[in-house]
Design a protein around this ligand. Structure first.
Ligand SMILES: Nc1nc2c(ncn2[C@@H]2O[C@H](COP(=O)(O)OP(=O)(O)OP(=O)(O)O)[C@@H](O)[C@H]2O)c(=O)[nH]1
Ligand SMILES: [Mg+2]
Length: 319
């Protein structure tokens, strides 16, 4: 077993080859995929939350280096689906890992390998041609002994399923441990080629989608049980306010926060609208930082009955 704690030797003729390609992060919900994506990109491109199934579409984050362009594809956590939305999310993951140059399987250091991890590993085993890196996330949460046991268990898991991990890398995105090393290890596995995205682009997410995601992230904070899954956000309109002086622009953003049942409305809005107001303030600050302009954010809560199970509603919400 080779567990990485330092970078590989640079190739002898370094400087000449440029590499560019795609690596996806897969793993159970809440494994830390989006947090790791953001840490590698150096900016928030994917929202994160301490709840499973935060990510609902593939988010591309672009890492620019002199020797390579690494495009990270953050995917929704793979899980046992209970709704049509869940099935759609799993389909997205499977399509993605068939298309990338490297697969990074994220396993949290602080949770023993479970049936969910084994299930994913088994599926990965059938993708023979793509190198698979095991990434042990959240190492800041465990001691050395626990981490060592986890590394051994992951190595064994590969052997049981008849393949070797290209690398096993422990990282902490929160404590910024070995994050750059991970990029160093992925890059040699990418094909040679010129950059695929313009210099400076950190994601290909449309602004409207990023804005909706920032609102959803704020709305997810502090909600529990089924409610996180029931929330969807759609930005209906983003328009510069007319009649504003050139040096004092204002962007009007109109967005809907969807929930599934009328009974959820009260929780999202809060007493006297307090909670929705907080969601608005929190996300507006982030949106202003993202777009670099003052924003007027108009949020409305709407019921889309059982949208997670309804094909028509799912389509309307972009799934
Ligand atoms: N302590 C610690 N917490 C982390 C680390 N990485 C992620 N987390 C936390 O783990 C939780 C889940 O992180 P996400 O990045 O949203 O996980 P995910 O795998 O993208 O989850 P889904 O999108 O739901 O599949 C969040 O509360 C993060 O703050 C880490 O390196 N250390
Ligand atoms: Mg995520």
């Amino acid at each position: 077993m080779s567990v990485r704690t330092q970078s590989p030797e640079p190739p002898e003729s370094s400087g000449a080859t440029h590499r560019a390609g795609f690596a996806c992060f897969v793993g159970r919900p809440n494994a830390g995929k989006s947090t790791l994506t953001n840490a590698l990109v150096g900016q928030k491109v994917a929202i994160t939350a301490n709840q499973p199934q935060t990510t609902r579409h593939t988010v591309r984050g672009i890492v620019h280096r002199p020797d390579a362009q690494l495009i990270l594809v953050d995917t929704p956590g793979l899980h046992k689906p209970r709704t049509l939305l869940g099935e759609r999310l799993n389909d997205i993951v499977r399509t993605t890992w068939a298309e990338v140059d490297v697969i990074g399987f994220c396993l949290p250091a602080n949770e023993k390998l479970g049936p969910g991890d084994r299930f994913i590993a088994k599926e990965l085993a059938s993708i023979k041609k793509t190198p698979k890196i095991a990434i042990v996330t959240k190492t800041d949460l465990v001691d050395g002994k626990t981490l060592a046991e986890q590394l051994i268990a992951i190595d064994l898991l590969g052997k049981e399923l008849g393949f070797e991990w290209a690398e096993i890398v422990p990282v902490s995105a929160v404590a910024d441990k070995q994050v750059d090393l991970l990029a160093d290890l992925i890059v040699p596995l990418l094909p040679e080629g010129p950059a695929l995205y313009p210099e400076g682009d950190l994601t290909d997410e449309p602004e409207q989608v990023m804005v909706a995601e920032l609102i959803r992230e704020a709305a997810l904070e502090g909600v529990r049980d089924e409610l996180p899954h029931s929330i969807a956000v759609v930005v209906e309109e983003m328009l510069p306010r007319e009649d504003r002086p050139a040096d004092r622009p204002l962007l009007d953003i109109h967005a809907f926060v969807y929930i599934e049942r009328p009974s959820q409305k009260g929780i999202i809005i809060g007493p006297k609208g307090k909670r929705l107001k907080e969601v608005g303030i929190k996300s507006r600050k982030q949106i202003e930082a993202l777009l670099g302009t003052p924003v007027f954010l108009d949020l409305h809560v709407k019921v889309a009955k059982d949208w997670q199970r309804d094909p028509r509603q799912l389509r309307k919400l972009g799934f």
